[in-house]
Design a protein around this ligand. Structure first.
Ligand SMILES: [Zn+2]
Length: 391
């Protein structure tokens, strides 16, 4: 009897409750969205003579609106469904000729407004990055006078608390690539018309977005990020060179996911995302950097293979590939990322541990860079051996 009673009551109450709930949810905004607000946890910037990178750290992906207003000149971003972290510094003084201040405020209950008070900005660009979620705003000022001296920025991957890939015999990617970069710098800098900078010269951690910011701030002619590859397949070996672009290739996506320190799932999502599309299109409009990066990648890859094949057998050529690497996002110059061998492969780990192999890699990378620079298109000037040659 009791059972029957409950049953009958359910039949009656269920539709009524359901209809009531449906009506209420039509009128009120979703209660879930109101609870889970995105926290704006930190705002940082890197300032250089003609370039500023502002980074807004967030607890989740954010929808935002952007607008530029005149008198006074300012750029603002309305971050939807967001709250400011209590301890966050609300006014950040930059005062570098492009940007005066960055101000953050709770504009309305659901909107955090970040205002960039401008001085002289020629253009800007916004990109999104994951883990931690962050919005990166690049502000460009007037370009400095062009010098004839070529500038190269080398970026040894990882460092500090981030060892990168670790070999089966405990060799760290961060140590190998730093040594190769230092050797490469020495070789390239023998040409007195080439200036070489490293994003790090010691075992320190630098965020990926700061590495690109360094290259942009130096007005570099060329940017090369140096890494060692890894795979769960122990027999995977060989050399490959990447440029920034979309990809459908699962293996390339795995490499980029590892180097970006994000999951493969997020990597796949990024390949379809709106932010990346916007960023890539604005890059494409800017110049023919994609073609130049491809050319550079081809020279570098070709020279690594031929250079190493002289002294080592079975060097596997994986060729030039493309993927979305954070460290290449927003780079204003031809830029590539090289994977110089597989540290996860016991035989290649042994090679990477050898000074002679690292020297050979550095020499081959230098030949690739030099070949690229001496093959610059008509009209561009390259200084060589103290003389300026117009090609
Ligand atoms: Zn790496």
């Amino acid at each position: 009897m009791k059972h029957l009673h409950v049953h009958r009551a359910n039949i009656f109450f269920f539709p009524v409750t359901f209809i009531l709930f449906a009506l209420v949810s039509l009128i009120l905004p979703s209660p879930v969205a109101a609870v889970e607000k995105i926290e704006v946890s930190d705002i940082r910037f890197w300032s250089y003579p003609d370039y500023t990178r502002v980074v807004i750290n967030l607890s989740d992906n954010v929808d935002y609106a952007q607008n530029r207003l005149a008198q006074p000149d300012r750029l603002y971003f309305d971050l939807k469904n967001s709250v400011l972290k209590k301890e966050l510094r609300k006014i950040i003084s930059v005062e570098n000729g492009m940007l005066r201040t960055v101000r953050a405020g709770q504009f309305s209950e659901n909107i955090v407004r970040v205002v960039l008070d401008l001085d002289k900005m020629t253009s800007y660009k916004v990109l999104s990055m994951e883990d931690p979620k962050r919005l990166v705003i690049d502000i460009y000022g007037q370009k400095q006078a062009v010098s004839l001296r070529k500038k190269i920025v080398l970026d040894p991957g990882h460092g500090g608390h981030d060892p990168g890939a670790v070999g089966p015999n405990n060799l760290y990617e961060k140590d190998v690539v730093l040594d190769i970069a230092l050797k490469l710098k020495k070789i390239l800098a023998q040409d007195q018309n080439i200036e070489v900078f490293l994003t790090r010269e010691t075992d320190i951690f630098i965020p990926l977005e700061q590495r690109t910011a360094i290259a942009n701030s130096k007005n570099a002619d060329l940017f090369m990020s140096i890494h060692a590859n890894a795979s769960p397949r122990r027999d995977a070996k060989g050399i490959e060179t990447y440029l920034l672009n979309w990809t459908n290739d699962e293996e390339a996506m795995k490499v980029a996911a590892r180097e970006n320190a994000i999951s493969l799932k997020k990597m796949k999502k990024m390949n379809e995302g709106r932010d990346v599309l916007d960023m890539m299109l604005s890059d494409l409009r800017r110049d023919n950097k994609r073609d130049e990066s491809l050319k550079l990648a081809n020279y570098v890859q070709h020279n690594m293979i031929t250079g190493l094949n002289k002294n080592y057998s079975h060097i596997v050529d994986h060729g030039v590939k493309q993927a979305l690497f954070y460290v290449l996002f927003g780079a204003q110059m031809p830029s590539v990322l090289v994977e110089v061998s597989f540290i996860s492969n016991p035989a290649e780990e042994k090679l990477l541990a050898k000074d002679s192999y690292r020297v050979e890699l550095a020499r081959s990378l230098a030949s690739g860079v030099n070949q690229y620079m001496s093959a610059l298109p008509e009209g561009q000037t390259v200084a060589r051996n103290g003389r300026n040659i117009v090609r």
